[in-house]
Design a protein around this ligand. Sequence first.
Ligand code: UDP
Ligand code: MN
Length: 343
Amino acid sequence: MKVLNRFHKFGFGIVFGFLIGFLWSLIYSYEGTSFFHETLVKKEVLPQVYVITPTYRRQEQLADLTRLGYTLKHVPNLLWLLIEDSDSLNPLVADLLKKINVPFVHLNGKVLSILIPNSLSFSNISARIPEEYQKKKGKPRGVSNRNLGLEWIKKNATDGAFYFADDDNTYDPELFEEIRKTVNVSMFPVGVCTPYQVSSPIVRDGKIIGFYDGWKAGRKFPVDMAGFAVGGKFLLSRPNATMSFVMGKEEEDFLRSLDPFEISDIELLASNCTKILVWHTRTQKNAEAPAIDVKYNDTNLVELRKILVLVWHTQTVKTEKSKQIDHEKYGNTNLEQLAKLIV
Ligand code: UDP
Ligand code: MN
């Protein structure tokens, strides 16, 4: 009997100990670092950010995706839709996604139709650029993949916000915390590699008075692809939302397809558009790697060639001389702050 009592006390001690431990971790979770905080609290509170990235096979691709993937890894509650402009998924990209281990969906048109219930109705939407554009010099890049991403969001997302993030741009993880706040359509400055150096709504007294962009071309929304985000619910209320294949009008036609949507509806992020949290950078394109000489047939180069297919080599391209922001014209606007960021 005594032994049993002692056992009971012992058992009670263990249970009590566990309870204390559990409570402690819950409390600790409010300090923002524990397992509970990461997996339970944050998940419930933080709206989901969907990142739609169009990508295609080229020698710089794995380098670009490595940089982007590890950036996204800093962001909680994010789903990365990586959509290949190809007829088949590249296993090297699939391996990289698994390695980086950011929650992802890896798609092209074909996989989508098999994996996602009810998606058969758009099984013939391919992420591959339509044939008529494939050989064109100035072809609309990444449109078919972004449209497939939009279809995925329409079928699968109920709230949160999504963003078109090209694979070769540079993102501050803070950008995604801003994007998370998007209800309808939000906008923010983009550092661009042109003499203007920045593309942004112009804000005076908290209101948009125009757009600062090197290439206006009569657009109603002269913004960069990296300069806006859209709410999930908002997208669901705009079933006609789509990106057109008109080169140079991709952003414009997409934003117009969100009708009814006016400039006055735009939600301003990045401290009223005074911060640059994303840059439209470009990775220099390189010629294809030459064949490896047979004299290397007994070396590691043979293996490397198999894995990489093409040589990796990245270099930031130098841009032209800056255009200074006209202080007289843009006095009292956010451009005064943005001007400080320009070289
Ligand atoms: N892209 C694509 N297929 C192509 C060319 C580009 O999917 O044939 C993707 C590319 O990976 C990038 C986006 O579309 O994420 C924009 O392309 P790019 O960076 O070449 O355009 P730029 O930034 O120079 O306008
Ligand atoms: Mn690019």
